[in-house]
Ligand binder design. Structure first.
Ligand code: FES
Length: 333
């Protein structure tokens, strides 16, 4: 099994066949920065001092010409071909509280939430612990490369991880998941990953913002906050944005979790779908800004959703002066 050596202090950690530098580092408790795990954000960049690696994705979006020229690679994509020496700045915040591991899972079933949104239940082998808001890499039969899906439940549920997933038109993985994948199908999962998890130690009310499949981690964080004694009495404001009224209604289940303590606001960006809609209209970041105003600065803010939404939310939070330490998201772009 290849050994990865850290140039800074000669520590080593093993990397199993098919594993990547990032995932092997995290499994060994080494704090390598990351976010997306898919080659998109560039946070896991490292310098290869010695040895040979090969990227899993042929041309990951975050790997630049400058990286190639400087012998830099992406940790989440780089699989070593033998012993290697690598250089990167360790980030104590990236040391996993729960070490990610590869495991088998069995699909228990799917519950449709709307015409293109469903919840999938998978029973996983081994310790099912994760932090609310974290994600797993899920390998879907017949589809090349794993997909990133976030859990929507809490880990105490008898070894079951639940994922709320939107059917992406033309998407290879969701095509299979929403096709005729039978209950009992074996799946491979790797996790938990992700740094945008619930911070019980942050003594503030919460604002959770989601679009599309970003609903799943926000549902988990809402459930986690409601179950967390350190956050007892804290208010939770959930904002969910969809294009149509039918999209927005998918989040309706959240309103029943804790009436009076959890407030759900659903926004529709394109209400002209021939369906009645009396709620807020506009992009979800605009609705958050209009509803919360400068009060956002006093909240812990979590968000997840499509890249355009995530960028717009970030800008809106910065414009309102929300301290960076109170903003939590995983960068999938
Ligand atoms: Fe590797 Fe995002 S590019 S974690």
């Amino acid at each position: 099994m290849p050994l990865i050596r850290l140039a800074a202090d000669d520590r080593t950690f093993p990397c199993e066949a098919g594993d990547t530098v990032l995932r092997a580092a995290l499994r060994s408790g080494v704090g390598m920065s990351y976010s997306c795990n898919t080659g998109a954000c560039g946070n896991c960049r490292f310098e290869l001092v010695d040895g040979e690696v090969e990227h899993l994705r042929a041309d990951p979006p975050a790997w630049t010409d400058k990286d190639r020229a400087r012998n830099r690679y992406l940790g989440c994509q780089a699989a070593p071909r033998g012993d290697c020496t690598v250089k990167f700045r360790e980030d104590p915040a990236a040391v996993p509280k729960i070490a990610p591991r590869r495991r088998r899972g069995a699909l228990l079933g799917r519950t449709d939430l709307s015409r293109d949104f469903a919840e999938f239940a998978i029973r996983v082998d081994g310790d099912p612990a994760f932090l609310p808001g974290q994600y797993a890499l899920v390998s879907v039969p017949g589809v090349e490369g794993p997909r990133v899906y976030s859990m929507c439940n809490l880990p105490g549920e008898d070894g079951v991880w639940r994922f709320q997933i939107r059917h992406v038109p033309g998407g290879a993985a969701t095509g299979v998941l929403f096709g005729d994948l039978a209950a009992g199908t074996d799946l491979l999962l790797d996790g938990p990953y992700g740094l945008a998890h619930l911070r019980p130690e942050a003594p503030r009310d919460l604002v959770l913002i989601a679009g599309g499949s970003g609903l799943s981690p926000m549902a988990s964080i809402a459930r986690g906050a409601l179950a967390e004694p350190a956050l007892a009495g804290r208010s939770i404001h959930v904002f969910f944005g969809g294009r149509s009224p039918a999209d927005a209604r998918v989040a309706g289940f959240l309103a029943d979790l804790a009436p009076g303590r959890l407030r759900l606001v659903t926004a529709v960006s394109d209400p002209d779908h021939g369906e009645e809609w009396s709620g807020p209209t506009g992009f979800v970041h605009e609705v958050v800004d209009a509803e919360m105003g400068d009060g956002l600065r006093d909240h812990e803010v979590y968000f997840a959703g499509p890249p355009a939404m995530a960028v717009a939310v970030q800008k809106a939070m910065h414009a309102r002066g929300v301290p960076q330490a109170q903003i939590h998201f995983d960068e999938f772009y």
